[in-house]
Design a protein around this ligand. Structure first.
Ligand code: FES
Ligand code: FES
Length: 165
């Protein structure tokens, strides 16, 4: 079965041989797109978060067969530069295993909320587990990114990637 999608702004086709194959497996194992991480494969950790038609989902829980004609954005295409910079500047990246999923969730949050409170950030990121940072540096990074993006026109993923030298 061939499934065609848009992934980070590019058309992509994957030939899958089982109807239940997850989008996460297709991204990593068939298309060689390793930005999306596989940690639990059970919808528990959020490491595999991508945007599917603009909504954050655990790609390990989405069947690729359901993605025909849909828009997928991974950490490569979903995250404005200020969010990535803020994670580095605030020390919110340690082992990095949670980072791609967190970046996608933060990009989604800041697309909806210009200046989220700590409580709103914690709620938005509740599905993204991090065993290293204690979360405080991640929250600092979200505030720093929100500040950096204040006044800037909304920048969605692929635009930010294209603008990055
Ligand atoms: S790998 Fe999908 S939620 Fe953990
Ligand atoms: S930085 Fe290691 S799990 Fe989050």
């Amino acid at each position: 079965m061939r499934v065609e999608m848009r992934i980070d702004g590019e058309t992509a086709a994957a030939d899958i041989d089982r109807p239940g194959e997850s989008l996460l497996s297709t991204l990593r194992d068939r298309l060689g797109l390793y930005g999306t991480k596989n940690a639990c494969e059970q919808g528990e950790c959020g490491s595999c978060t991508v945007l599917l038609d603009g909504d954050p989902v655990c790609s390990c829980l989405v069947a690729t067969a359901q993605c025909e004609g849909r828009e997928v954005k991974t950490v490569v295409g979903a995250v404005p530069r200020p969010v990535r910079d803020a994670f580095i500047a605030c020390g919110a990246v340690q082992c990095g295993f949670c980072t791609p999923g967190l970046l996608v969730s933060v990009a989604d949050l800041l697309d909806r909320e210009d200046d989220p409170s700590d409580a709103v950030i914690r709620e938005a990121l509740a599905g993204n587990l991090c065993r290293c940072t204690g979360y405080e540096k991640i929250i600092d990074a979200v505030h720093a990114a929100a500040e950096a993006m204040a006044g800037a026109p909304p920048v969605r993923a692929a635009d930010a990637t294209e603008a990055t030298p």
